[in-house]
Design a protein around this ligand. Structure first.
Ligand code: SF4
Length: 338
């Protein structure tokens, strides 16, 4: 374990856990509900039982970069803006195709910088931007740092974004959403069978999407199509019907997988992505492709007018009105400008 992670062992006591009878603790942050014995870490690798209390090992350890907001991806929230992207180590799902396994599967903060919430605020201010995303690993297992940072950012008028797998328990979710402005939530499949391949279950993810929408937060969904994991078209169609029930206007990003981590199947065939985009477009107003060449423009679902022009190199031309409405027929499109 590196010095910074060791230092954290004496540092931040985690939120959301209960004491057991024999020095063990139960973490209640995510639906895994790990029982953690003294000296051990939970399944995410980021929370450790030290002398009978649960400690966040990744508090204040981070990497950061400035990205186009479209890279998160968020297409209908402050289009064309830049955002500070932040991440640390740890994850509570175990996707064999993870594209960020160097962070999600790490169990130390090796290579990460030590930082306080105030440092994040300074980075945002120095860059002249007004939003930050918790994104490279699963933000819920970075709970204490994300919460403190997003609270501080909010008090300075800076928005917070979660790019999340949505696998979090209801009480911490409620608290985290109080300081969250927008989310991109991964919906990796639509059955417990699919989620069991990733070490999770479906219902908590659906609950996270539902809860965020019911609080009027901006939500976009990403679905990565991974051969051998979630190929079932039947399951895909059921997912699309559920998303439509939530809202026909939710932007859906259907992304192409490339071999990574422990999954070496060839990349998703292009025709598989196109087929799913056709199916989804019959039911949803805004369907985009991810990890593929080509434009991903936004069109008004009512009159067909182009409203946001996107090049693959993140050159964005926003043609909407000031409230994100269609410039031609004035239909609101759920595009958040500020
Ligand atoms: S957050 Fe980590 S330690 Fe807590 S229940 Fe989930 S996987 Fe286990």
């Amino acid at each position: 374990m590196d010095e910074a992670t060791k230092e954290n062992e004496t540092g931040k006591t985690a939120l959301f856990w209960e004491k057991g009878d024999n020095g063990d603790v139960r973490c209640t942050l995510c639906p895994r509900s790990c029982n953690v014995n003294p000296g051990e870490t939970g399944a995410c690798g980021a929370r450790k039982n030290i002398d009978g209390k649960l400690v966040s090992l990744n508090y204040g350890l981070m990497c950061a970069a400035i990205d186009p907001i479209e890279k998160k991806p968020l297409f209908h929230w402050r289009p064309g803006s830049r955002i500070l992207s932040l991440g640390t180590f740890g994850c509570n799902l175990f996707c064999p195709f993870c594209q960020n396994a160097h962070l999600s599967r790490a169990v130390t903060g090796s290579g990460l910088e030590k930082a306080a919430p105030e440092d994040v605020l300074s980075l945002v201010c120095d860059a002249g931007i007004d939003s930050a995303a918790f994104t490279y690993n699963e933000p819920s297992v970075w709970f204490e740092f994300v919460l403190e940072t997003s609270r501080l950012l909010k008090s300075h008028g800076v928005a917070s974004v979660l790019v999340t797998n949505g696998f979090i328990s209801p009480d911490p979710l409620e608290i985290l959403l109080q300081t969250t402005d927008a989310l991109n939530i991964d919906l990796k499949g639509f059955s417990d069978e699919t989620y069991s391949r990733l070490g999770g279950s479906l219902e908590p993810v659906l609950r996270t999407i539902f809860t965020a929408l019911s609080k009027n937060l901006h939500v976009e969904i990403t679905h990565l199509v991974v051969p051998g994991i979630n190929d079932s078209l039947e399951e895909f169609e059921a997912m699309i019907h559920w998303v439509k029930e939530m809202s026909q206007g939710i932007p859906l990003h259907i992304s192409r997988y490339f071999p990574a981590h422990g999954w070496d199947r060839p990349p998703t065939p292009l025709q598989d992505i196109k087929l799913r985009m056709d199916i989804a477009s019959r039911h949803l107003d805004f369907v985009y492709s991810g990890n593929m060449r080509g434009s991903n423009n936004t069109f008004c679902p009512k009159c067909g007018e182009i409203t946001v022009v996107r090049s693959p190199l993140y050159e964005i031309k926003v043609l909407t009105g000031p409230d994100g409405q269609c410039p031609s027929c004035k239909t609101p499109m759920g595009i958040v400008m500020r």
